[in-house]
Design a protein around this ligand. Structure first.
Ligand code: RBF
Length: 157
């Protein structure tokens, strides 16, 4: 994962409905990631009533949750948050790859952008740097979400 955060213009979140699905596995890390994502969305203007947050057991459940959210709420964008740590699972590669592909599939099938906010890390320290440390992945995911929500609104037929 790159350390250089993408730079794109700030987008106001005021017009958008945003749904966030967050895994409970590695709770302290995902909880911090969720707090940072929500803080950045709110700071960008997403109203409290336009923000839906649901929790699922682990990252493996994020694609189904995203699919359900896309079908029921029809939000402008979905953010899927999780933390997968190599040492914690022998099927680390399998889960992270499967989740990545499935989130993309949900986005393409539902036409609702899905932000892949699953932090995949070699170890707990690396994951902590991205969720609670100086690398603010939460804010990055929030910015990506609003950029995609704005793009969808602009180009949607
Ligand atoms: N879920 C995560 O979000 N991150 C993990 O690092 C993680 N490690 C797991 C390790 C093992 C051995 C197992 C069985 C599950 C793990 N899960 C993890 C949970 C997984 O995403 C899912 O919730 C369960 O497999 C139930 O489908």
């Amino acid at each position: 994962m790159s350390l250089s955060a993408p730079t794109f213009p700030a987008v106001s979140g005021a017009p958008f409905r945003v749904a966030v699905a967050a895994a409970c596995y590695n709770e302290s890390l995902v909880g911090a990631l969720l707090d940072r994502t929500v803080a950045a969305l709110r700071k960008a203007g997403v109203g409290a009533k336009k923000l839906t947050i649901i929790r699922v057991p682990g990252s493996n459940e994020l694609p189904s949750a995203a699919q359900m959210l896309a079908g029921s709420l029809r939000p402008d964008v979905i953010v899927a948050l999780g933390v997968i740590i190599r040492g914690d699972t022998i099927h680390y590669e399998l889960i992270s790859e499967a989740v990545t592909h499935a989130l993309q599939r949900v986005a393409l099938d539902s036409r609702v952008p899905v932000i892949n906010g699953v932090v995949v890390a070699e170890n707990r320290a690396q994951a902590a740097a991205r969720c609670t440390g100086r690398i603010d992945r939460g804010a990055e995911f929030a910015r990506a979400a609003l950029a995609m929500a704005a793009l969808r609104r602009k180009l949607r037929r």
